[in-house]
Write a protein that binds this ligand. Structure first.
Ligand SMILES: Cc1cc2nc3c(=O)[nH]c(=O)nc-3n(C[C@H](O)[C@H](O)[C@H](O)COP(=O)(O)OP(=O)(O)OC[C@H]3O[C@@H](n4cnc5c(N)ncnc54)[C@H](O)[C@@H]3O)c2cc1C
Length: 404
């Protein structure tokens, strides 16, 4: 039985390995790029946060809530760690539950998978871009520009649209839509937020602990606490990724409130600034020792305090305003960043059209899908790769044993 897998990313490689374990299976893995796992090699800032010990409890989204549960239960984070260990990858878990390769290199995850794929019954076809899946009587023909391969089963593992520079594309959605499947609206997720705040350029690269609250037309839309990073265009970092899903989508006025000192109440901060008023330190050092120097200077400016004078001369009202800026700075959010900047696609092929226990299409028997192309996206912290491993292995295993 020939099992064709379109996409040599995280879910496709997992599917290929699982499918190859079936008796009599011949697996063909089609990858349009020149190497396997290109996106995988860039994950986790080059470290690859390959799973999260808490994945499987919550942390996944999609129109059909709970579609992910069967796959995650069957191939849990613990099982994934053991699976990688059996292939030769050592991992380490952080206190947060995030799991990384012990080497701290995403490349080792991709390489370990590549080595494991060297099995006699797996053929890897690089530079093969599937343009069409033609359904023939009882089988499929996977067609690229200059080549076609006949398969008994096909698994679509083409990934989503996010991370365009690393291979994200519409390809998987198009292949599945051509076979009658439907898609929900695609939106960027785990993405920085654009802001029109004038001070951003001078804060570029600054990281700080922060409690972030996002408001749409004045109503709280999302909030979280964690590390914030300023970029030239807006706000980034884990805390922003966590809340970025659907922010700035669908109209309305979007604002963000930033509390740079979530562990310090207003009164304590105000008292500390008043204590500093007894000194002749430069006004630009008002927040020195409390906040990142560049952030402190920007907030002093936001409170209308001249950087030229000394703290002793700052009026008390200005100190109150400086406290307010540090505890509740309001910035306006503009349009969302594009798919190129996003780590994952929210939305995708409707999961109601697939069997969650096999990943097989309910519309086209013998056709399977896994990974990000489906309408499942996870939180920041290893959830998306865990979905790729779990759904990929489930699809591969099911395709290998199916008798459709
Ligand atoms: C910068 C970045 C960092 C990330 N970091 C993390 C992280 O640390 N932890 C985490 O959990 N998630 C992370 N993610 C998300 C995670 O990488 C994806 O969710 C995951 O890779 C999805 O797996 P997939 O197999 O569905 O798709 P992909 O890994 O994108 O693989 C799809 C593959 O299919 C190929 N393909 C597409 N169309 C065709 C076609 N027509 N014919 C042949 N081949 C085709 C593509 O070239 C690609 O290689 C990150 C994403 C990005 C962009």
């Amino acid at each position: 039985m020939v099992i064709g897998i379109i996409g040599g990313g995280a879910s496709g490689m997992a599917a290929a390995l699982a499918a190859s374990e079936a008796k009599d299976a011949q697996v063909v893995l089609f990858e349009r790029q020149a190497r396997l796992g290109r996106k995988l090699r860039a994950t986790g800032n080059g470290r690859c946060n390959l799973t999260n010990l808490h994945a499987g409890e919550t942390g996944y989204h999609g129109e059909q809530s709970g579609f992910w549960k069967y796959a995650l239960n069957r191939f849990s984070p613990e099982e994934t760690i053991n699976w990688f260990r059996r292939m030769g990858l050592y991992t380490v878990a952080e206190a947060s539950g995030r799991v990384y390769p012990y080497s701290d290199q995403a490349n080792s995850v991709a390489d370990i998978l590549r080595f494991a794929l060297s099995r006699p019954n797996i053929t890897v076809k690089l530079g093969f871009e599937a343009e069409k899946i033609r359904k023939t009587a009882g089988s499929f023909r996977v067609e690229a520009q200059e080549e076609a391969v006949d398969c008994d089963r096909v698994i679509v593992a083409c990934g989503g649209l996010a991370g365009t520079a690393l291979g994200g594309s519409m390809s998987g959605y198009k292949l599945l839509r051509a076979l009658g499947h439907h898609s929900t609206k695609l939106r960027p997720n785990l993405v920085q937020l654009r802001s029109s705040w004038g001070a951003l350029a001078s804060l570029k690269g600054v990281r700080t602990n922060c409690e972030v609250s996002v408001f749409r037309d004045g109503s709280l839309f999302a909030g979280s606490r964690g590390e914030l990073q300023f970029t030239e265009y807006g706000l980034s970092g884990p805390v922003i990724f966590e809340i970025s899903r659907d922010v700035c989508q669908g109209g309305g006025e979007w604002t963000c409130r930033l509390d740079f000192l979530p562990d310090l109440d207003r009164q304590t901060l105000a008292e500390e600034l008043l204590r500093r008023k007894k000194t002749d330190l430069p006004a630009s050092d008002l927040f020195t020792g409390i906040l990142h120097n560049r952030l402190g200077r920007v907030l002093t400016g936001e409170a209308g305090i001249s950087q030229q004078g000394v703290i002793r001369d700052i009026p008390e009202e200005a100190l109150t305003l400086a406290t307010e800026k540090a505890k509740a700075l309001e910035v306006t959010l503009t349009q969302p960043m594009g798919m190129d900047a996003a780590q994952v696609t929210a939305g995708g092929i409707c999961t109601g059209e697939f069997n969650e226990e096999t990943m097989e299409s309910r519309l086209v028997p013998g056709l399977y899908a896994c990974g990000e192309v489906l309408d499942v996206d996870g939180d920041c912290g290893g959830y998306n790769l865990q979905w790729a491993w779990s759904s990929g292995r489930l699809a591969g295993e099911s395709a290998g044993r199916s008798k459709t």
